[in-house]
Design a protein around this ligand. Structure first.
Ligand code: HEM
Length: 179
């Protein structure tokens, strides 16, 4: 997993909880580097799982809820860090339709070792967009938060329904309906 995901996660923890919470979860998770992540580096996905688990234990919040909140936060950060990725998009559906063929493709060029999900557009009209999320990292709650972040970015109101298509959550269908 790219370091940018770790640095943004720890920044969110610092702003929503505290700097002490950052130190505590790094210690609980047994991260040998002490959390010295660089944005362009790559680190084991298991370290992210351990950090989220530690934060869940200390905060009493469910891991899924923390991952969703992180996705929501992350969209705003990605929009600032990689503005060109959503340049020319005037609404959330344009962004969501462009993830696979444009946004993540550019990410892959920038970071050849990035491990990205597949996000396929199943159907789309003015009001309703359906996406298929597939990834062995089973981060559908992150996708859900990112989708909500995209709606908020454009000041749009929508309802997001996530329908798991298998038991481990590696395939999830999203239906996003503007209201
Ligand atoms: C602002 C535009 C976006 C940029 C620049 C961007 C970039 C990235 C980057 C850098 C990663 C980390 C890859 C790694 O750790 O190796 C990532 C992962 C991910 N992205 Fe995006 N992304 C964007 C929008 C979205 C949106 C709107 C979604 C919503 C479905 C999404 C879904 C995901 C998910 C779920 C992951 C985690 C990896 C996985 O599930 O396997 N991204 N993205």
């Amino acid at each position: 997993m790219k370091g940018v995901v770790f640095t943004e996660f720890l920044e969110m923890v610092e702003s929503r909880f505290s700097a002490d919470m950052v130190d505590d979860i790094i210690e609980d998770a047994g991260i040998k580097s002490g959390g010295a992540y660089t944005a362009v580096g790559s680190y084991p996905f298991a370290e992210m799982v351990a950090l989220v688990t530690a934060l869940s234990q200390r905060s009493g919040l469910e891991p899924q809820a923390l991952i969703y909140a992180f996705g929501h936060y992350l969209f705003g950060r990605f929009a600032l860090l990689y503005p060109y990725s959503i340049q020319g998009c005037s609404c959330a559906f344009m962004v969501l339709s462009n993830i696979e063929k444009h946004i993540h493709q550019e990410v892959q060029k920038l970071y050849p070792d990035a491990q990205l999900p597949h996000i396929e557009v199943l159907s789309s009209d003015e009001r309703c967009l359906s996406l298929l999320y597939s990834s062995p990292r089973c981060l559908a709650p992150l996708a859900s938060g990112l989708i909500q972040g995209a709606l908020d970015h454009f000041g749009e109101q929508g309802r997001i329904v996530a329908e798991p298509l298998n038991d481990d959550g590696s395939k999830v269908r999203f239906v996003v309906e503007l209201v």
